[in-house]
Design a protein. Structure first.
Length: 452
């Protein structure tokens, strides 16, 4: 009887250990299973890995979300374009589950029995693989203490602290580009119409692309700092831009890790900034357009690459800059340096500056669409300098010349008529030669100016 009680106690302890491991562990080892009503939780209780279903379809996905997020909005999805067929599984069944397979690869299976390899970008080097969800939100696969695959290499729509967006293994057979792709809708994690990442030609620029080829620059590296065109509502972000011969990427960290902030490229093209304080999550939407323009406006995304074909000349107009897509530098610089900052970046459409009380200069650069800028630029009293090209300036000069010449001719004819009335016909004849000489001389000067 004593032996029986001891065996029962051991069995109960083992069962309790297995249940606790399957529900509260941060790691999945070779031969273990994670079913659709089970999750892995990171060591610090920050992130959770498990299955979720779309509310508008029976499709099921494997994802990662913040443990304290009551909405459990995934920040990463393993099989976003390969949904599982069953929405609910049960412990002990073979309907929907995640496991480390016999060959060390991590796979998802549903009732169809066709495995989806999660670590498709790197085959397991051995059989003793472990999968661990970290407090950073990164899911890592390890073999013998070495990480051979991680979810941060394959982001979905969310830019988390510590994640990197850019180009990696440059000029090698294993080159890789990491960028964000929006969901198709708020409830469908399949690839959507918007992407965010580094520009493949100008590696100092970050853009948002739409599936039809339109795009909008949203930030750039000026050689010292990385700047976003929208103003973050939080003061909790530290950006780092890294440029090496084999990799170029942007990453960021939170100054206060207890209040994490992160970004999402939304299915409608907005850039959402999330911030978590305790169990509450706040969100701020940043539009690619000015607040006064519809999201379908040409000012949101342009179809042709930004270039200096618009020239390096700036025309002065009166108005105000839109409330978005501009950068401000409250620094001690000469106003001419503000023009240089805009001129040296072909995507800069206009600039303005104001004097500060401490003798500094507030320099503001606008990176939106020139056409949309012109629609609202005359609504204020500030002086705005808008980029123009030489041909535009020449056309304006020609138009002014064409308007001025007839006016000059009319004035001269009027003067001759007045003189004729005052001198009479004979006096007019004696003075005609001198008057005509003046007229021909004036016309010749105007023609020469026009030709120039």
């Amino acid at each position: 009887m004593k032996t029986s009680r001891t065996f029962s106690l051991l069995l109960c302890t083992f069962t309790c250990f297995f249940v606790c491991l399957s529900h509260a562990s941060d790691t999945l080892s070779h031969g273990q299973f994670l079913y659709s009503n089970q999750t892995l939780v990171s060591a610090g209780g920050v992130f959770e890995l498990g299955f979720f279903s779309s509310p508008t379809s029976p499709n099921t996905y494997l994802g990662i979300w913040f443990k304290n997020d009551k909405n459990q909005k995934p920040v990463w999805v393993a099989n976003r374009n390969s949904p599982l067929m069953d929405s609910v599984g049960t412990v002990g069944s073979s309907e929907v589950y995640l496991t480390i397979r016999y060959d060390g690869n991590m796979v998802i299976l549903d009732r169809r029995g066709t495995p989806f390899i999660v670590n498709y970008g790197a085959v397991a080097p051995g059989k003793n693989t472990t999968a661990t969800i970290l407090d950073s939100g990164n899911l890592v696969l390890m073999e013998g203490g070495d990480t051979f695959w991680q979810s941060f290499y394959y982001p979905t729509d969310t830019f988390l602290p510590g994640m990197k967006l850019g180009l990696f293994n440059i000029n090698t057979e294993e080159s890789r580009i990491q960028y964000l792709v929006s969901w198709s809708s708020t409830s469908d994690p399949t690839d959507g119409p918007y992407a965010l990442g580094i520009d493949r030609v100008n590696h100092t620029q970050f853009n948002v692309w739409r599936s039809d080829g339109a795009y909008q620059q949203i930030g750039f590296w000026d050689g010292h700092e990385f700047h976003l065109f929208f103003k973050s509502k939080s003061d909790n972000l530290n950006y780092s831009f890294v440029w090496h011969s084999n990799e170029i990427y942007l990453t960021f960290s939170n100054k206060n890790s207890s209040m994490p902030s992160w970004f999402v490229v939304a299915s409608d093209g907005l850039i959402d900034e999330f911030m978590m304080v305790g169990n509450e999550i706040t969100i701020v939407d940043y539009s690619l357009c000015n607040d006064t323009m519809a999201r379908s406006s040409n000012g949101c995304l342009v179809r042709t690459p930004s270039s200096c074909s618009d020239g390096d000349n700036f025309s002065r107009v009166t108005g105000m800059l839109p409330s978005s897509l501009f950068l401000s530098w409250p620094i001690r610089i000469d106003p001419y340096d503000c023009e240089i900052l805009c001129r040296n970046n072909c995507s800069c459409v206009a600039y303005t500056y104001d004097s500060l009380p401490d003798d500094g200069t507030l320099c503001q650069l606008y990176y939106g669409n020139k056409t949309d800028l012109q629609k609202i630029v005359r609504t204020g009293n500030s002086t705005i300098y808008v980029r123009t090209n030489a041909s535009t300036s020449d056309s304006k000069l020609l138009a002014v010349t064409i308007m001025v010449i007839p006016l000059v001719v009319f004035i001269l004819i009027l003067l001759l008529w007045i003189k004729w009335n005052s001198l009479g016909i004979y006096g007019f004849r004696s003075g005609t030669r001198d008057s005509m000489r003046i007229l021909l001389s004036q016309l010749s000067s105007d023609d020469n100016a026009s030709a120039f």
